[in-house]
Design a protein around this ligand. Structure first.
Ligand code: URA
Length: 208
């Protein structure tokens, strides 16, 4: 597993604005969109290329294009949708899937309520997106489901990670590379990332 922290100054600046509790919903969403472009750049860095013949206005050439089957982006609902929008702007031809999980309040384990992914998952590079890698329980469960659906080449894109979540993912899915904008200090008693940015879904959708 590789863990990439995107420490680019623009990413860090925007992340600070997102963390600030006085940043309103509309700005939070806009910042998430901007930051998702920048971190998508990193998660797609090693996508394979092939060449195809084209004509420029000047001459012909063999030019690089992304190789193979289309990417699949998979949003882990609901906060994943905030990242998904920005990544899709960068890779508009990607196929899109959704995984819906909620946490059973008694067992604290994730329970699946929705699952829809493109066909041919075996042959796709799959990028699962969820802004917050906190306990890792829902991310691990989502990746279990993606592997059951045939995915073999999965990357995980998030905005913030807790060390506990990274360790859990590394243990359960050592083959999955993680890209994040920051690794925070720890989890709170109720599983929130500290210092974090609060509840990502609530901050992006204006719910409480
Ligand atoms: N999910 C969130 O939205 N925020 C956290 O801090 C942890 C999980």
């Amino acid at each position: 597993m590789t863990l990439t922290v995107v420490d680019h100054p623009l990413v860090q600046h925007k992340l600070t604005l997102m963390r600030d509790k006085s940043t309103p919903t509309n700005q939070f969403r806009q910042l998430l969109r901007e930051i998702s472009h920048l971190i998508a750049y990193e998660v797609t860095r090693d996508l394979p290329l092939e060449s195809k013949p084209i004509q420029t206005p000047m001459t012909s050439m063999e030019a690089p294009v992304l190789a193979g089957k289309k990417l699949a982006l998979v949003s882990i609902l609901r906060a994943g949708n905030g990242l998904l929008d920005g990544v899709l702007e960068l890779i508009p031809s990607a196929r899109v899937g959704f995984v819906g999980l909620y946490r059973d309040e008694k067992t604290l384990q994730p329970v699946q309520y929705y699952f829809k992914v493109p066909d041919g998952m075996e042959d796709r590079v799959v990028i699962a997106v969820d802004p917050m890698l906190a306990t890792g329980n829902s991310s691990v469960a989502a990746i279990d489901l993606l592997k059951n659906a045939g995915a073999r080449n999965i990357k995980f894109l998030c905005l913030l990670a807790a060390p506990e979540g990274v360790a859990r993912m590394k243990e359960a899915h050592p083959d999955v590379d993680i890209v994040t904008a920051a690794i925070d200090e720890k989890l709170s008693e109720i599983g929130y990332i500290l210092p974090g940015l609060g509840d990502a879904g609530d901050r992006m959708f204006g719910t409480k």
